[in-house]
Write a protein that binds this ligand. Structure first.
Ligand code: CA
Ligand code: CA
Length: 403
């Protein structure tokens, strides 16, 4: 398939695969560095994807609609709205504000879009509009990184603009509003869109008050025709957490809700869940007590729990995020524990002691800006098992009714 040897392939065996003696590797790479790389089970590698696409005669991914890191002068075909009273400005990284794509790693490169909130009247607004996009599915996830350094009242609003097909009747819909909270780090946002005809997405920056004295930055936009995860947890300063949290101790997320109404949380064990695996980050999922519990069905069986540690590589096609799933069964878990931080009960943790090794964690972009980003879902699989049951019941019940 005209591709190079791929040490990073998800199909590659590990150094110790199939050995009789646990201490002797069966595979040793000629270049020692790659002994650490072979056998990765995070995700398909870039070359794996190239090979699959060539084998099946596909030229691109079907789910990617748009992405932009603002590195080129054409800003991915985005346009400034002329009717508002300000503009977004493509801005080069400086020691004060580094962009998200390169995170200050390269001098004289790394651009982001900036809306200045330090000047002008309160309510000053600028709209940045994407090019026209043509969805193939009915649900999209708009992911981007933003940084708000101005006053706490500044706003970043996401809109969708569609038209009636002739171009004469336009309609806009407000999708999501982010209000500055004084935390001026790069943060991830994932916004669900449900668009079925051609559209543009819009970023609107608004100066909250005349006291605002900073700016709103956006970078690394990815729009895919996939479903946004129910839970997004961004953990700041993860290397200092790795240095301080003891083996067996966990950080617990807030409790999230899945679309059905179940509440769940994630636990991260930075230095391993057990002393057997101190070189791994453990990741687990648990249920939380929540406001819908009287209505929900218990036990919550046949639900798929998925946890992803996100590779923050700007090009979504090159990301190798670490993803794992399990399906819930019939068995009830052990007693829940009261947690004062969420004022809720949390069930026992269920998941992986070896979710991702520390050496993999420090490769790629898992710890960009020293942030670990974990996403999770708790999704209903019951439709998969219901399909054939009614037919069997018809066969067995119907003859008896005739008697
Ligand atoms: Ca950038
Ligand atoms: Ca403008």
């Amino acid at each position: 398939l005209n591709t190079p040897y791929d040490y990073e392939s998800i199909m590659h065996y590990r150094p110790f695969s199939f050995n009789k003696n646990n201490s002797i590797p069966t595979i040793t790479t000629a270049i020692p560095y790659f002994n650490e790389v072979i056998g990765q089970r995070l995700d398909l590698s870039e070359v794996d994807i190239t090979r699959l696409n060539r084998m099946y005669d596909c030229d691109n991914t079907l789910t990617l609609l748009d992405q932009c890191s603002f590195e080129l002068i054409n800003i991915c075909g985005m346009i400034q709205n002329e009717e508002d009273n300000a503009n977004w400005v493509q801005t080069l990284s400086s020691p004060v504000d580094t962009d998200h794509t390169l995170a200050g790693r390269c001098r004289d490169s790394g651009y982001f879009m900036k809306f200045d909130t330090s000047l002008g009247d309160a309510g000053k607004s600028a709209l940045l509009e994407s090019r026209i996009l043509y969805p193939k599915r009915d649900e999209q996830c708009l992911q981007f990184f933003y940084k708000m350094t101005g006053g706490p009242g500044d706003k970043l609003v996401i809109w969708i603009r569609t038209d009636d097909g002739t171009g004469t009747v336009h309609s806009v819909e407000k999708i999501h509003t982010i209000i500055g909270d004084g935390d001026d780090t790069w943060k991830i946002a994932q916004v669900t869109l449900k668009v079925t005809k051609k559209f543009r997405y819009l970023f609107q920056g608004i100066r909250g008050s005349s006291a605002s004295s900073g700016s709103i930055l956006i970078d690394d936009i990815t729009l895919t025709e996939t479903i946004c995860p129910s839970a997004v947890w961004q953990i700041h300063n993860f290397t200092s957490i790795l240095a301080t949290v003891p083996i067996g101790s966990a950080l617990r997320s807030i409790c999230f809700y899945n679309p059905e109404g179940y509440s769940f949380g994630i636990s991260v064990y930075p230095n391993g869940r057990h002393s057997d695996y101190p070189d791994y980050v453990g990741m687990t999922l648990h249920l939380c007590s929540g406001e819908n519990d009287a209505v929900m069905e218990w036990p919550a069986q046949n639900r798929q729990a998925t946890i992803v540690v996100m590779d923050q590589e700007p090009d979504v096609k090159l990301r190798m995020s670490s993803t794992r799933s399990f399906t819930t069964g019939r068995k009830r878990s052990e007693p829940e524990l009261w947690d004062d931080s969420c004022k809720c009960f949390r069930s026992q943790d269920f998941g992986w002691s070896t979710f991702i090794s520390h050496s993999h964690l420090h490769r790629r972009n898992f710890l960009k800006n020293n942030d670990l980003i974990v996403t999770a879902d708790f999704s209903d699989l019951t439709h998969l098992i219901k399909t054939e049951v009614p037919e069997i019941m018809c066969v067995t019940v119907a003859p008896r009714q005739q008697q």
